[in-house]
Design a protein around this ligand. Structure first.
Ligand code: ASP
Length: 335
């Protein structure tokens, strides 16, 4: 008896995983040159994938991920929901993406795709044209995970360097190393391991995918949320400038558990007084930002343990549901 192979759809978006460099020693210039393999060409480099899944593919865009933002997130989320909705025969979807903003796209999808099937995002730190590229193995691992039913129900996953992470927790931690994607102290979820097995040890607890109220179908834009970074001696001038742009929300990156230079915090308070939701986040790469009675009274929100770039995405999505302060703060405790 032959069992049918799982069906996996792979969506290419560009990035180093598809980058074409001038020679085998180039690990840098290719991304400025900007040429990319199509996803079909990337898949052809790994014929072994055929033994794992029956694969279809498409190129959504073909860019470095520095050029990816809300309109690509919306297109990708809509496409994945279309592919996996109804009684789709697909086992899962894999996405190839540049590593620069991979954590942001992945978290957006984690909050907006409505499926319990595996959705896996991968990239590479070394282009396919370079010595010791990680492009082929990461693509293989992503398809392997997308074809694995027990990888479902955990929200959007990322895989590079054989390590499977939750999209909520993962962040690019090192500029060039292949083990760059790290989960900010929380630990990875499992491995796509050397024996071909996909093994999990933990599952995310925060709500995601089908358990969120975020429905972005039909939207062509998202609320505008800016991030302002603080530093010793920051006087709030940049924050005032951001406030005067009248964004829909602001995320401010401060110190440790949520402290800021006094003049910077005063500027953040002026934004709250103008009716702009302001989320206090941290420059620290792990740990929670907590509210205090005084900050609460001033009307600030806190990011929990989301990095500023992730807090921005959650605030953008939460604002699509409502801008009541209690709801916005609750969103940071739930998602
Ligand atoms: N320039 C690349 C990008 O598209 C970097 C990478 O993929 O690693 O984000």
């Amino acid at each position: 008896m032959t069992t049918a192979k799982p069906q996996v759809h792979v969506i290419g978006t560009g990035g180093s995983i598809a980058g074409i460099g001038p020679d085998r020693l180039d690990y840098i210039l290719y991304s400025e040159i900007g040429d990319h393999l199509t996803i079909r060409q990337s898949l052809e480099r790994v014929p072994e994938i055929d033994g794992i899944a029956s694969v279809t593919s498409e190129d959504l865009v073909s860019v470095g991920s520095t050029a990816i933002g809300p309109s690509e997130w919306l297109a990708l989320s809509g496409r994945i929901n279309g592919l996996l909705g109804g009684d789709s025969a697909l086992s899962g979807v894999a996405v190839t993406h540049g590593t620069a903003t991979l954590e942001e796209t992945s978290y957006f999808l984690h909050l907006t795709v409505k499926t319990d099937k595996p959705v896996v995002v991968t990239g590479a730190m070394r282009p396919p044209t370079a010595i010791s590229t990680d492009a082929d193995l990461n693509l293989l691992d992503a398809v392997r995970i997308a074809a694995t039913p027990h990888a479902g129900g955990m929200g959007v996953l990322t895989v590079l360097n054989n390590e499977i992470h939750s999209a909520r927790d993962v962040s690019k931690a090192n500029t060039f190393r292949v083990e760059t994607f790290r989960p900010n102290e929380l630990g990875f979820l499992g491995y796509a391991d050397s024996d071909g097995q996909v093994v999990f040890y933990r599952a995310p607890l925060r709500k995601h995918t089908t358990a969120t109220p975020f429905d972005v179908a039909g939207r062509d834009s998202l609320p505008r949320v800016e991030i302002v970074y603080s530093y010793a001696g920051a006087d709030g001038a940049l924050l005032d400038a951001a406030r005067q742009m009248r964004p829909d929300g602001l995320v401010v990156a401060g110190f440790g558990g949520g402290t800021f230079p006094p003049d910077f915090l005063a500027a953040a308070g002026r934004a709250v007084d103008d009716g702009i939701p302001v989320v206090l986040a941290s420059r620290s790469t792990a740990g929670r930002v907590v509210n205090t009675p005084r900050k609460e009274q001033q009307g600030f929100l806190v990011s929990d343990n989301l990095l500023p770039q992730k807090a921005r995405i959650l605030l953008m999505l939460a604002l699509t549901v409502g801008n009541d302060r209690q709801w916005l703060q609750q969103a940071f405790l739930e998602y």
